[in-house]
Design a protein around this ligand. Sequence first.
Ligand SMILES: Cc1cc2nc3c(=O)[nH]c(=O)nc-3n(C[C@H](O)[C@H](O)[C@H](O)COP(=O)(O)OP(=O)(O)OC[C@H]3O[C@@H](n4cnc5c(N)ncnc54)[C@H](O)[C@@H]3O)c2cc1C
Ligand code: FES
Length: 255
Amino acid sequence: MAFDRKKFKVLHNKRIAKDVYCLELLGDTRAIKCPGQFVNIEVASYYLRRPMSIADWKLGDETTGKLIIIYKVVGGGTAEMAKIAPGEFLDLLVPLGNGFDINVDTTHPLIVGGGVGTPPLIALAAQLIACGKIPQVVLGFQSEEDVFAVDTFQKMHPEVTVHVATVDGTLGTKGFVTHVMEHLTYDYIFACGPIPMLEAVVKMGGALPGQYSFEARMACGFGACMGCSQQTTTGYKRICKEGPVLWKEDLQWLI
Ligand SMILES: Cc1cc2nc3c(=O)[nH]c(=O)nc-3n(C[C@H](O)[C@H](O)[C@H](O)COP(=O)(O)OP(=O)(O)OC[C@H]3O[C@@H](n4cnc5c(N)ncnc54)[C@H](O)[C@@H]3O)c2cc1C
Ligand code: FES
């Protein structure tokens, strides 16, 4: 899939939870094809770009297109990003990766997000709803202060139910997303989050089909260096190019 190198103008860069920021950008989004794709952002004084999921976008050219990124400050690169001010321009490779396929057979999809694995699931939920597949959403965080995006999902459609699990029990169910999943009925799983969470979700889903997005460490971000290769049942796949979304049948190694 082709990608472009584009400049995007920063409209907002606002804190929305503990160490979590929402970056709204203006720029050409016409090449973005589906939820779950990501961008690679040039960050001042860092050689490697930082990959970030497309949380949502409005299709348009450089004067009308909007792009939303939600990121957590975990190290030097994301700490630099938190200092970016409105009016600045960012250099992005856009769009990267395969993204989610929403043209699947499901009437009761389940969306499962872990921490900053949640952002790509926002546009995914909106697109599922647009084609009449109303999802249930389960979001897992460490603590109440880390929680974000609950309202965003809830406002999408009156029938969307959003369940929160926090490890310390300060909001919602105490424990992990899988503790919530035990009580739900669903026929398809879309998930993004840390590998231990994905592993637990795949196991809990049993024979159910699903798509799982991986946030592996990356270098080039567009398939040239093999740095993000992950073993699957059909051989090694580059998470940046053949992923980040892998299908259930690729993931037997997790089970
Ligand atoms: C396809 C993809 C989509 C992503 N989408 C998002 C997103 O929407 N929001 C978001 O907050 N983050 C996202 N990430 C993770 C994000 O890219 C990293 O957190 C970021 O690059 C860290 O940069 P840093 O310089 O701040 O941290 P570093 O100084 O490079 O690292 C700080 C700490 O973060 C860990 N870390 C760094 N990169 C990753 C990674 N890729 N996965 C897991 N741990 C990592 C390191 O092991 C280290 O402990 C995504 C990653 C990928 C590959
Ligand atoms: S990061 Fe270079 S091939 Fe994936």
